[in-house]
Design a protein around this ligand. Structure first.
Ligand SMILES: *[C@@H]1O[C@H](CO)[C@@H](O)[C@H](O)[C@H]1NC(C)=O
Ligand SMILES: *[C@@H]1O[C@H](CO)[C@@H](O)[C@H](O)[C@H]1NC(C)=O
Ligand SMILES: *[C@@H]1O[C@H](CO)[C@@H](O)[C@H](O)[C@H]1NC(C)=O
Ligand SMILES: *[C@@H]1O[C@H](CO)[C@@H](O)[C@H](O)[C@H]1NC(C)=O
Ligand SMILES: *[C@@H]1O[C@H](CO)[C@@H](O)[C@H](O)[C@H]1NC(C)=O
Ligand SMILES: *[C@@H]1O[C@H](CO)[C@@H](O)[C@H](O)[C@H]1NC(C)=O
Ligand SMILES: *[C@@H]1O[C@H](CO)[C@@H](O)[C@H](O)[C@H]1NC(C)=O
Ligand SMILES: *[C@@H]1O[C@H](CO)[C@@H](O)[C@H](O)[C@H]1NC(C)=O
Length: 333
């Protein structure tokens, strides 16, 4: 049984924000009447491109092969499709659609309020549910829509014989990668695992010795078993690194401070004292540093240069070259 759509203008006299038209190549549509929260970002515009093989429905600009956009890639050799936006005020219909979707997608808890429908010889629908959304795909098996976040395929949603597929498109965005609710994925070639809980709480762990991870979940050291490795929680920038006061030697580290990236305007070797917290866990550790630097330039302008010089200095003083540095918080004084 297929999920029937609300026919446009089926209930006259109600709010008629709904609209419908045929999209050709390169169409920009204002969809603010049906906002879609797609991997943590709320979007109110869609941009369509046909490539001859696919329809790209993108949210943050037109698709280009090299562009890292958030898009749904839909098989389409017709180079055209019909488009409907529907948010008509028909409570019984949205209740019905909500029940159908929640019965199939356990991570969806919100009510459906609207949809964006793209159809020609197949049906692709984005259902809007406030902070959540799902993609619906109706087509024969073997044909699939791809869910892309920053140009990276998070998931391929395959057609099902005599049926339709629905998948959550409102997971977490961690370090720029999309992660479906209730799943974990590994950053290629590293031991870093990105987890999105079923309630969309992001977390990041780094496991195992650096330099020994294959991108496919195996380790180059065959005596290591991924399931027994100690893991360290890594902040994704939203929460501070875990404080562990039981084994915390507090040290003073002298950092060679570069006050601005322009060598002509300041003395480059001003010394400053920073306090550190060491958090040993397994063979990896996370250090939180609180550093005060003064500069007349904005943090955005100097951030990359500052981090790369700080990293170079840490490596020069003996830390492993694959260490990662990130600014967790900054404050204008
Ligand atoms: C998509 O459409 C935009 C706007 O017309 C265009 O600039 C872009 O090149 C198109 N992308 C492809 C892959 O055709
Ligand atoms: C999009 O449409 C809404 C109403 O449907 C309107 O209020 C808004 O100004 C439009 N946005 C743009 C960028 O045109
Ligand atoms: C769509 O437009 C883009 C750029 O304007 C063009 O490169 C592409 O060939 C067009 N696609 C089709 C199917 O006409
Ligand atoms: C979702 O729909 C149900 C039933 O229609 C209603 O009781 C509930 O209040 C709605 N929830 C929200 C957040 O609107
Ligand atoms: C379609 O798929 C759903 C979920 O997998 C299943 O419950 C339902 O019975 C299927 N319907 C048909 C007609 O196969
Ligand atoms: C994982 O990657 C490594 C190195 O690239 C390779 O030797 C190994 O065969 C791969 N294992 C699997 C299961 O793909
Ligand atoms: C592989 O891991 C084992 C257990 O941690 C360790 O004893 C051994 O030295 C490692 N071998 C290499 C080549 O790193
Ligand atoms: C601190 O780290 C030690 C050793 O890794 C661990 O046993 C302990 O539970 C941690 N304490 C807290 C508060 O996380």
């Amino acid at each position: 049984m297929l999920l029937p759509l609300l026919f446009l203008f089926a209930v006259p006299g109600l709010t008629d924000a709904s609209f419908s038209f045929q999209i050709d190549n390169n169409t920009q549509v204002n969809t603010s009447d049906c906002p879609i929260t797609y991997y943590g970002q709320e979007y109110t515009t869609v941009y369509t491109n046909f490539t001859g093989e696919h329809l790209f429905v993108c949210f943050n600009g037109y698709y280009t092969p090299e562009g890292n956009k958030d898009c749904i890639r839909v098989p389409n050799t017709d180079n055209k499709a019909n488009f409907v936006l529907n948010n008509d005020d028909v409570p019984f219909y949205w209740r019905y659609a909500t029940d159908m979707i929640q019965a199939r997608v356990s991570t969806v808890t919100n009510n459906v309020t609207c949809y964006l429908h793209f159809y020609y010889t197949s049906d692709m629908i984005l259902w809007g549910m406030g902070s959540q959304s799902v993609v619906y795909w109706h087509r024969a098996p073997q044909k699939f829509v791809s869910v892309l976040v920053n140009g990276d395929v998070v998931e391929n949603v395959f057609g099902v014989q005599n049926n339709y597929s629905i998948s959550d498109t409102s997971g977490c965005r961690i370090l720029g990668l999309g992660v479906k609710p209730g799943t974990t994925r590994q950053i290629p070639d590293t031991c870093t695992f990105l987890t999105c809980s079923s309630t969309r709480i992001p977390s990041t762990k780094t496991c195992g010795p650096p330099g020994q991870c294959n991108g496919n979940g195996t380790f180059s050291n065959s005596s290591l078993d991924p399931s027994t490795l100690e893991c360290v929680d890594v902040s994704d920038g939203q929460t501070p690194p875990p404080a562990n006061t039981t084994v915390t030697p507090t040290q003073n580290v002298i950092v060679t401070k570069q006050t601005t990236p322009e060598p002509s305007t300041q003395s480059p070797t001003d010394e400053s004292t920073v306090s550190t917290q060491l958090i040993p866990a397994g063979k990896n550790f996370v250090v939180a540093l609180s550093i005060e630097i003064s500069t007349i330039l904005s943090l955005e302008d100097i951030k990359d240069e500052f981090l790369s010089q700080l990293k170079a200095e840490f490596v020069r003083r003996g830390l492993p070259p694959d260490l990662g540095l990130r600014i967790l918080k900054s404050q204008r004084v």
